[in-house]
Design a protein around this ligand. Sequence first.
Ligand code: CMP
Length: 152
Amino acid sequence: MERTFVMFKPDCLERGLLGRMVSRFEEKGLRLVAMKMLRVTPVLAKQHYAEHVEKPFYPQLEEFITASPVVATVFQGPEVIRVVRDMLGATSGLKAAPGTIRGDFSSSRQMNLVHASDSLESATREIAIYFKPDELLEWDATLGCWLQAPGE
Ligand code: CMP
């Protein structure tokens, strides 16, 4: 079963939207398998956003992502990497479609509330940055049989 890294960013916590954002994923039927609250340090930010470190917007991104706590999570489900990216919408809240998390709650390119892995490779890399293997909990949700048919 596929897993993806989802991080609820400082703007999410500062605006008191964490519960509503986590609910979107629970309501969709995705399974939460890891969760921790932490403050991203500048070192961790550079590791997580390694592909953006040389970009002009990086200093502002680092300042933002280290400014307040975040909640790091891992969700599991069929095609979960694509499903979660679709639920988030485009990077900029100004361009994200209505109905998506960013389309409904963000008006910013930087303060877009939730980060999610964009590929299997980044999911594997990002999960390993934030979680030890034994922090990922394998469990069967009792209602799982009402979320997908056998073999789906
Ligand atoms: P995220 O999905 O976490 O991936 C990289 C983050 O950098 C992105 O969300 C935004 O928060 C931020 N970002 C991307 N592009 C820009 C930009 N042009 N200016 C400022 N921040 C950006």
